[in-house]
Design a protein around this ligand. Sequence first.
Ligand SMILES: [Zn+2]
Length: 211
Amino acid sequence: MQPPESYDDPRTMLAASAREFYRRGWMLGTAGNLSARLPDHSFWITASGRPKDLLTEADFVRLDASGRVLEAADGRRPSAEAAIHQVLYRHFAEARWVFHVHSVEANLCGHFARDGALRLPPLEMLKGLGVAEAEPEVFLPVFPNFVEVAAIAAAMDEAFTRQRPRVPGVLIHRHGLTAWGSDAHAARHHLELLEYCFRYLVQARSLALGE
Ligand SMILES: [Zn+2]
């Protein structure tokens, strides 16, 4: 019997995405992690400590929804931040791909947040994040960067139980951005649009535009 959805292996696309994000300076020094969920709710995620411009199929680990290792080559360990991906997959049914990167602009923008939220600039670009208002007031959730990843994941779990984020992304202060989508292209677009907002905010502040 055919599976109800494609079980196409996402590792080639994950590796290509990592190379692209590395080239942009968003995954330097082995930083960041990317994952893709399969129809059985297991997910492939980048292995810990691997250079993101040189990933091969062996540099991914498959975990079940509770984080248990199902497949791993050569003793590879999953990203230390896999617990964050688990929380996102658990809360958002439409999240099939999750991209987490560490850009300079994301880390600067964390300082502009107030009460755990960063107001995104009211730009046309927000339409790509599902916001189609003339003067949108949209806030991106910002979480503290606890030393224990489990504490970050728990904070997200608690926050998402209370309120669903308006846009498909979250920022961890002094750490980086995570964005998700229903396929690789959607997740990448969301990541790019939020990073665009971050670059805009940093430049607007440096020009004292007050946004
Ligand atoms: Zn990270």
